[in-house]
Design a protein around this ligand. Structure first.
Ligand SMILES: [Mg+2]
Length: 226
């Protein structure tokens, strides 16, 4: 059972892209712009996520083929220094888990690439011929308050574990006070609200191992729950 769980957001954190925006882009510039506006409104904290979630997907109607294109982009545009940072934090006892309001089928190849065994994200549903047929409306991360729900679920599964959340967006910031530490990520996008409220803030994965060591392994480190 992992004693240390490192939850990491996917879009604009593990990878430079916002997967849903890239899916929109595959449908042309008008749909891209409309989708991007809705994503920004949600991630900057102005609009509840569930208000844009179905709306974006209804506009895009992503096919299985579109999703696999975006899956390749996630890998191609992964954050600099990611692999070595993950190796270092694993060595310090952390188990990385991806927690994302993005789509599981698009994220799984990146997770496999990074040897991350668990992905909490939103399942898309496709028809037999690969057309869009909806999404898992029960997925916690498709709504505001979903990521803290995932933190609580992991705590129930791993009693006594330290839990850290790392991410760039308003939905990640919701984990502040629920996780032991919320770390904001500004490697791709700096969101003022998130930066101002984060308990720690980094601009690259190369800063992560040292930050976690300082907060959890230094003599007198107080972030770890007893
Ligand atoms: Mg994000």
């Amino acid at each position: 059972m992992p004693a240390r769980i490192l939850l990491i957001d996917c879009d604009s954190t593990l990878s430079a892209i916002e997967g849903v925006d890239e899916l929109g882009r595959l449908r042309g510039p008008d749909i891209f712009r409309a989708v991007e506006d809705m994503t920004n409104a949600a991630m900057n904290g102005g609009t509840p996520l569930q208000e844009v979630f179905a709306k974006r997907l209804d506009m895009i109607r992503p096919t299985r083929a579109m999703v696999s294109q975006v899956a390749s982009q996630y890998i191609r545009r992964q954050a600099p220094g990611l692999a070595s940072a993950l190796a270092a934090v694993r060595k310090a006892g952390w188990t990385p888990v991806i927690v994302s309001g993005g789509f599981r089928q698009a994220i799984l190849p990146l997770a496999r690439h990074l040897a991350i065994g668990r992905v909490e994200a939103v399942d898309l549903v496709f028809s037999k011929n690969g057309n869009y047929a909806g999404f898992d409306k029960e997925a916690p991360t498709a709504r505001a308050g979903g990521k803290p729900e995932v933190v609580r679920m992991l705590r129930r599964e791993n009693p006594g574990a330290a839990v850290v959340m790392l991410g760039d967006g308003a939905s990640d910031l919701e984990c502040r006070g629920v996780a032991d530490l919320f770390v904001g990520f500004g490697g791709f996008v700096e969101r003022e609200k998130v930066k101002a409220a984060a308990e720690a803030y980094i601009h690259g994965f190369d800063e992560l191992p040292e930050l976690l060591a300082a907060r959890f392994d230094a003599p007198g480190a107080s972030s770890l729950r007893a």
